[in-house]
Design a protein around this ligand. Structure first.
Ligand code: CA
Length: 419
């Protein structure tokens, strides 16, 4: 039991203790640990010596990202988690440490890490199959490489944005009435993804063996990889996604450690053909995560109508695991750094209502869905707000949350050279 009250059903019980970066009022950005509806100021706790002996570098929790802390490695992560647990369970420290506890609602949260590299994978077999059917009908939906390697590309770190950020509708070249024209995207979409964060980086020229992934990877968050399908369709060959993806990627504020996620590890799905040696491990790198997409239009907001859930899916049947993704992205000797982020790829299930993107959910606009405000959607309109939510475990008494990440689409001025 924690002396900070934890409401029943809270995503952040004592078993979770996710870390985030945020500020209260005019205070500086610094690290917090979430507990119930509150958060403990780790920078203040560290400054007063409460975290001495854990190995956390001096002042690391006063930084504007968790990078330096994550670089300290698994022994420190475990020691900090154990110390915070001990402190929150000890009523005798409440009087002194309680001064550093704030309601989470009073905090403005940022992106928890400052990645030097961000990779977007494509590891859901249901998503890859759906997109194959949409874009290459009458052929085998999965390309020849898909079951051999975790397919991915490098994304843009400079446009990773925090929960609650406005998403400016991107403009770019897209085909309208058979003619390529520059203008606002008419096919703005979401991608429901789970992000994995690197703690301990690696040197250039030294691939990370898959058996060592657990010493490098810190934890997970939610990622919405906003995508402009019409811009993407025009630009993506031969070099891959570019402006259709790079305008904004939302990252959830609370980073959940793999230590907290340990009870929710499961065997990954059987892979056929068997993966290459560098992608093979007996460790369980699947996770029993439940994910949802919630939708609210501007009219719903104005009319006081609650958001609606448009998709529910599971992370349990992802084909490629975070350990395989890390082993693959360093196979060529590419280095990694503390705070690096890689996203799972859109998480979709095999059944209607479990798709992680609107292009799948509406089958590229052929099957628009209805909203309580009487309108329908194929892709996002200005004012639409999308929130991803996730948690680990099925039993409400033991599950822990990944929290949520939301964003609202807004219009932006046209480029001067547009019509
Ligand atoms: Ca993606």
């Amino acid at each position: 039991m924690s002396w900070v009250p934890v409401p029943e059903g809270s995503p952040f019980p004592l078993a979770n203790l996710p870390l985030g970066i945020g500020r209260d009022g005019d205070g500086a950005q610094r690290a917090w640990v979430a507990i119930g509806d509150a958060a403990l100021d780790l920078a203040a706790a560290q400054a007063e010596g409460w975290l001495d002996g854990t190995g956390a570098p001096a002042g690391c929790f006063g930084a504007s990202s968790l990078n330096e802390y994550l670089a300290a490695g698994p022994a420190t992560w475990s020691a900090v988690r154990a110390r915070v647990t001990e402190l929150l369970e000890d009523p005798s420290v409440e009087r002194r440490l309680g001064a550093h506890v704030r309601p989470r609602a009073d905090l403005v949260m940022g992106v928890p890490v400052a990645p030097a590299d961000y990779v977007d994978f494509y590891s859901s077999i249901h998503h890859a199959t759906n997109l194959g059917r949409l874009f290459r009908p009458d052929t085998e939906p999965l390309l020849a490489n898909w079951r051999r390697i975790p397919v991915g590309y490098h994304g843009r770190c400079g446009t990773l944005v925090a929960d609650g950020s406005e998403i400016h509708r991107p403009h770019g070249y897209r085909v309208v009435d058979g003619e390529p024209q520059v203008g606002p995207s008419r096919a703005l979409d979401i991608e429901l993804e789970v992000g994995t964060v690197v703690g301990v980086g690696s040197e250039r020229g030294r691939p990370i063996p898959i058996g060592e992934a657990g010493r490098h990877l810190y934890g997970m968050c939610l990622v919405n990889d906003w995508s402009a399908r019409d811009i993407q369709a025009f630009e993506y060959q031969p070099l891959g996604p570019f402006l259709g993806k790079s305008f904004a990627t939302s990252v959830s504020p609370w980073l959940v450690s793999f230590e907290a996620l340990a009870p929710f590890r499961i065997a990954a799905v059987r892979q056929d053909p068997p993966p290459a040696d560098y992608l093979s491990t007996a460790e369980h790198w699947g996770f029993d995560l439940h994910l949802e997409v919630w939708f609210e239009s501007a009219a719903m907001r104005d009319g006081g109508l609650p958001a609606v859930c448009i998709s529910r899916t599971t992370f349990a049947d992802m084909y490629w695991t975070p350990a395989q993704q890390l082993a693959h992205l360093t196979l060529n000797g590419a280095s990694t750094r503390a705070g690096d982020l890689f996203a799972s790829g859109t998480v979709s299930g095999p059944t209607p209502g479990s798709e992680g993107s609107l292009i799948e959910l509406t089958w590229r606009g052929e099957r628009p869905f209805e909203l309580p405000d009487g309108t329908t959607r194929s892709f996002l309109l200005d004012g639409d707000c999308v929130e991803l939510r996730g948690w680990a475990g099925s039993d409400p008494s033991t599950r822990i949350g990944l929290g949520s990440v939301g964003g609202t689409v807004v219009d932006r001025p046209a480029h001067p050279e547009e019509d």
